[in-house]
Design a binder for this molecule. Structure first.
Ligand SMILES: C[S@@+](CC[C@H](N)C(=O)[O-])C[C@H]1O[C@@H](n2cnc3c(N)ncnc32)[C@H](O)[C@@H]1O
Length: 217
C-alpha cells in the first residue's frame, strides 16, 4: 500500500520556481479552470464587477485565464508564499489594474480580516489539501461562508481521496462526499461536485484524483 501525498517547500524560491515550471497547466487542469470560470460567469451578472478572491493563488495559472475570460473580474490573490506571490504578480502584469495580492496563512485566525469585502466569489485550486486535514479545511470553508455576500459562490478544485482506493492518502486529501458534507455543515446551499478529474485508484500519483466542489450561500 502506498502513501499518497506531497512534500512542499513553498517558502523556498528555487522549489517554488521548479513547482511552477513543472505544473504548467495540463489539458485536465485547464478543464478544471474552465469549470470554475464558467460557473462564476454563469452565477454572476455579466456586466457588474465580480469581486473574486483566490485562496493559494500560486503561479496564477487560474487567475490569468479567469482575468482574460472575465473582463469585469476584480481579483484578490491570497498566498502565504513570498516567491509564489512574486511569480503571480509577474504573470499577471497585463491585468495589474484588476488584481491585488495579500500575504496570509490560511491556517490562522487572521486571514479573513485581510480579505477586501464585499466578495462575490471565492475560488481555489490544488491548495486547501495543504492545510493539513479536515479540521483546517472546515475552518476555511466556514470563513468563506462568512466572507461571501448572500448569493455568493464558492468553488474549490482540489485533490481528494478516491472511493475504493487501497492506498493511504495524506489527511488533507479526503473523500468527495466528506467535502460536500462539510460544506453543508458550515451553512452552504446547493452544494455539489461539478467534476472529478484524473481518477486513478490502482497506482495513483500525488498529482491525480482531484474534484471541483461548488457551494452557494
Ligand atoms: C500546490 S500549490 C497550487 C497553486 C495554484 N493554486 C495552482 O493550482 O496552480 C498550493 C499553493 O497554496 C499555497 N499555500 C499552501 N498552504 C498555504 C497556507 N497555509 N496559507 C496560504 N497559502 C498556502 C502555496 O504557497 C501554493 O502557492
Amino acid at each position: 500500500m502506498a502513501f499518497i501525498g506531497a512534500e512542499h517547500e513553498f517558502h523556498d524560491p528555487q522549489f517554488v520556481q521548479e513547482w511552477a515550471d513543472r505544473f504548467i497547466p495540463s489539458p485536465e487542469r485547464i478543464q478544471l479552470f474552465d469549470t470554475i470560470i464558467e460557473s462564476v460567469a454563469n452565477h454572476s451578472n455579466t456586466t457588474a464587477p465580480i469581486r473574486i478572491v483566490e485562496l493559494g493563488i500560486g503561479p496564477a495559472y487560474l487567475a490569468e485565464r479567469l482575468l482574460a475570460k472575465l473582463p469585469n473580474a476584480i481579483y484578490q490573490g491570497i498566498d502565504f508564499s513570498t516567491p509564489m506571490l512574486g511569480i503571480a504578480a509577474a504573470r499577471l502584469t497585463a491585468y495589474k489594474s484588476r488584481v491585488t495580492y495579500t500575504q496570509a496563512d490560511l491556517v490562522s485566525e487572521a486571514w479573513g480580516s485581510k480579505v477586501k469585502r464585499p466578495v462575490d466569489a471565492i475560488v481555489s485550486t490544488w491548495a486547501l489539501h495543504d492545510l493539513g486535514g479536515e479540521v483546517n479545511t472546515k475552518k476555511v470553508y466556514q470563513d468563506c461562508r462568512n466572507l461571501l455576500l448572500p448569493g455568493g459562490i464558492f468553488l474549490n478544485g482540489d485533490f481528494v481521496k478516491p472511493e475504493d482506493t487501497p492506498h493511504a492518502f495524506e489527511p488533507g486529501r479526503f473523500l468527495v462526499s466528506r467535502h460536500l458534507d462539510i460544506l453543508r455543515e458550515v451553512g452552504f446551499n446547493d452544494v455539489q461536485c461539478l467534476i472529478t478529474l484524473e481518477r486513478e485508484i490502482v497506482n495513483p500519483t500525488a498529482a491525480q484524483n482531484y474534484a471541483c466542489f461548488q457551494a452557494i450561500i
